[in-house]
Design a protein around this ligand. Structure first.
Ligand code: ADP
Ligand code: ZN
Ligand code: ZN
Length: 715
């Protein structure tokens, strides 16, 4: 008998989208196992691959041998092998693509077993007071990454040497030798009766997944912490998934304060080395809690007992590159296969999630009150059409102007939301009506006053503002629409001396910049914060008593069946930033559509009302949760070729499929970075499987086809 292994080779091409069988030479037999990395011959070449199955055979003629086994551990733990198959089948990607998404590069392509020498760890021991400075950012970084090695500190802060010494002298950072000991955590809050009820209910029903629907500020995180300590008490591990942007040091600190150094973090800012260390610590069970972003859902837990998906409605949980998975679905898969409790937490569940709860597919529990002493904010809707009729043409309505006045006079803080960055959202010629568009993308360009340039928000192209219309030569160029820059300028103009901070992708590029802004506003270094949806979630500013939503309609008119849902969620989450203390809070929503149901239900913070209205529409129009959507996108440099490929494919599908297919039609953004784009949308009734058909879809070169199951971004 000879041992043979099925190997998925790490090459992303259709011809290699299946395992290949190799025989294992005697001397390697003790070193290879399921999920291990192997070096194998491939044609006249050699390649890396991963073992996904093994068996014994009498006969091995025609098979090639495994050449080498570099590691002493599985790169894809055996429990996760079926998940790789599931991802590739469900989301129509190649197996090697699924594996690449699941295993960090530093583990997949690492140079053999990681050598662990003698290491010194740095960690923070008590909070540091004081203003933002180099030292402060170093401290914050340490607080987030601790315990860390000197090497890692210097990689992130090349000049950290003297600062590190100062922090150690001040006694806020300690230096000690590895191995790390377990630091004892802080005592938990005693739960409110509501929270206690939720913890007990979920724990009693932990054999099924749960929706925890809790209004903003109702203490959901505290519920997660208590469930975590029960799971850790059983000797199992826990995973808390957060949208990347909410993974701030403050959030991580809440978990570290409770569970000490058993907590690891996982986000896009980690170095390769940190990633590899955490991955191994999770696999060996040395790290018992991970607080992480999307891709942490693939970590190789030894014994996973709990997965929390916080803000489960966030669109960023949908991966946009292959495999185009939804984190929620992967979390539920792991829950089912590894016997882990899954908790989906949010104030504004995704419609699909709420529907599953209504159908009894998820356990469902509700926190309807904020923690003691906090009231939900009052919400007012201002009809901007009425403002216009009464000749008030300012971007701030009279009620919002008055409210900002009063709030500033009481020395409380204001947050203003606007979902567009830049100064003016478009530049238009008044003679011929032509707006300036990006030459490569079919979208208008945005004027940025900071740089005095027009910027395309899709491809980042920049160009000077024309003084004459490129179409008709007229000089009647005018600026229209307001972005965050303009709102900031208006505030500074209306209230001279008031300190304004801005939060959008033009000014915040790194996690550190985001943290500094957060700290500055929290510590009262500014009175007003102007921002995009970037700041709509998760932030906890006790001194904010007024939230203004400058243009609530901006997301309503997007060509996407989720636009009402997104608007509702954004408004409720934004409103949730107000009144996070005993002071209470006030929210003012400006809109040209005051009768729209997304707005009226958001103003009442009425999730169930919104759900009932929206679900009827979805049923009538054949959208999720009543159908499953497949978005097909054809992309290429020639419009005729793209259109032709789309037509042929859709005709081919129509002959074989009963499900309605919309299109093909030019995508809402018909040209992007110089490439033409056509879309079609399959609305497949639940239960009907179209994956086999889609695999066989004709794909003529040079047009590329991307297929997305459950698409989130229909632009
Ligand atoms: P959510 O995640 O639902 O928005 P949080 O968990 O952030 O709510 O809780 C809101 C605030 O209430 C936090 O500042 C938290 O420290 C505090 N809090 C939560 N639970 C309790 C409790 N049982 N007793 C006292 N304070 C609590
Ligand atoms: Zn013109
Ligand atoms: Zn562009």
């Amino acid at each position: 008998m000879v041992r043979v292994v099925d190997v998925v080779v790490d090459r992303v091409v259709q011809a290699l989208d299946r395992p290949f069988t190799y025989w294992v030479p005697e001397e390697l037999a003790d070193h290879v196992d399921l999920g291990y990395r192997v070096r194998v011959p491939l044609g006249r070449d050699v390649a890396w691959g991963i073992v996904v199955a093994q068996s014994n055979r009498e006969e091995t003629t025609g098979l090639k041998p495994v050449l080498a086994v570099p590691d002493a551990f599985p790169v894809l733990t055996p429990k996760l092998i079926p998940l790789a198959h599931w991802l590739s089948e469900r989301y129509l990607c190649y197996l090697p693509q699924a594996i690449r998404a699941m295993v960090p590069k530093s583990v997949r392509s690492g140079q053999s077993k990681s050598a662990r020498g003698r290491t010194v760890w740095y960690q923070t021991v008590k909070p540091r007071e004081g203003r933002a400075s180099q030292k402060q950012s170093l401290y914050l970084w340490l607080a987030e990454h601790q315990p860390v090695t000197r090497q890692a500190v210097l990689a992130a802060f090349p000049q950290a040497g003297p600062l590190l010494r100062q922090l150690i002298q001040e006694g806020v950072v300690a230096e000690r030798s590895a191995p790390r000991e377990v630091r004892l955590g802080s005592a938990p809050y005693s739960l409110t009766p509501d929270q206690q009820h939720v913890v007990d209910t979920i724990w009693a029903g932990r054999d099924r997944p749960w929706l925890l629907q809790g209004v903003t500020g109702s203490g959901k995180t505290e519920v997660y912490l208590h469930l975590l300590s029960r799971v850790l008490g059983q000797g199992r591990q826990g995973l808390v998934l957060l949208p990347e942007i909410s993974l701030t040091p403050q959030t991580v600190a809440r978990f570290r304060d409770r569970f000490g150094s058993r907590v690891g973090v996982w986000h896009s800012g980690l170095s390769d080395g940190e990633r590899r260390d955490t991955w191994h610590a999770v696999r060996e069970g040395r790290m018992t809690v991970i607080v992480g972003a999307r891709s942490a859902v693939f970590l190789p837990f030894l014994d996973l007992g709990l997965v929390v998906l916080d803000e489960e409605h966030e669109p960023s949980y949908k991966q946009e590159e292959h495999p185009r998975y939804h984190t929620r679905e992967v979390a539920l898969w792991r829950g089912r296969h590894e016997g882990a409790l899954v908790v989906l937490g949010t104030a504004t569940p995704a419609l699909e999630t709420l529907h599953r709860a209504h159908q009894g597919e998820l356990g469902w529990t509700v926190l309807s009150r904020r923690v003691a002493g906090w009231r939900l904010p009052t919400v007012e809707v201002v009809d901007m059409r009425q403002e216009l009729r009464e000749n008030h043409r300012h971007i701030f309505s009279r009620p919002l102007l008055a409210a900002i006045d009063q709030t500033l006079a009481r020395q409380e803080q204001v947050v203003l939301f606007l979902n567009r960055r830049g100064y003016s959202t478009f530049v238009l010629c008044r003679s011929c009506g032509q707006a300036v568009e990006c030459p490569d993308c079919a979208v208008t360009m945005t004027y940025h006053q900071d740089s005095e340039k027009l910027v395309c928000h899709y491809c980042q192209r920049q160009q000077p503002v024309p003084t004459r219309c490129p179409e008709c030569g007229s000089d009647k160029i005018r600026y229209f629409g307001a972005g965050t820059e303009r709102v900031q300028a208006e505030v500074e103009h209306q209230w001279p001396g008031v300190r304004v901070l801005r939060a959008d992708r033009d000014v915040l590029h790194t996690r550190d910049q985001y943290d500094r802004l957060y700290q500055a506003f929290l510590q009262g270094e500014a009175d007003v914060l102007v921002g995009t949806q970037m700041i709509a979630k998760g932030l906890d500013f006790p001194r904010v008593s007024l939230v203004g939503i400058v243009a609530a309609d901006s997301a309503l008119n997007l060509p996407d069946f989720r636009s009402a849902e997104r608007t509702f969620q954004l408004l409720v989450q934004a409103a949730g930033r107000a009144g996070r203390s005993e002071r209470g809070g006030r929210v003012i929503i400006q809109t040209y559509n005051p009768e729209h149901y997304a707005l009226t239900f958001a103003a009442q913070q009425n999730m169930e009302g919104f759900y009932q209205a929206e679900v009827l529409l979805r049923q009538e129009l054949g959208y999720p949760p009543f159908t499953e959507l497949w978005l097909l996108e054809w992309i290429g440099p020639s419009e005729t070729a793209v259109q032709y490929a789309a037509r042929v494919a859709v005709e081919w599908l129509r002959e074989r499929l009963n499900a309605p297919i919309l299109g093909p039609a030019p995508a809402p953004i018909a040209r992007l970075r110089g490439q033409y784009r056509y879309h079609a949308l399959i609305k497949s009734p639940n239960g009907e499987d179209v994956t086999d058909l889609l695999r066989e879809l004709p794909r003529p070169d040079p047009v590329s086809l991307a297929v997305t199951r459950d698409p989130y971004f229909m632009m």
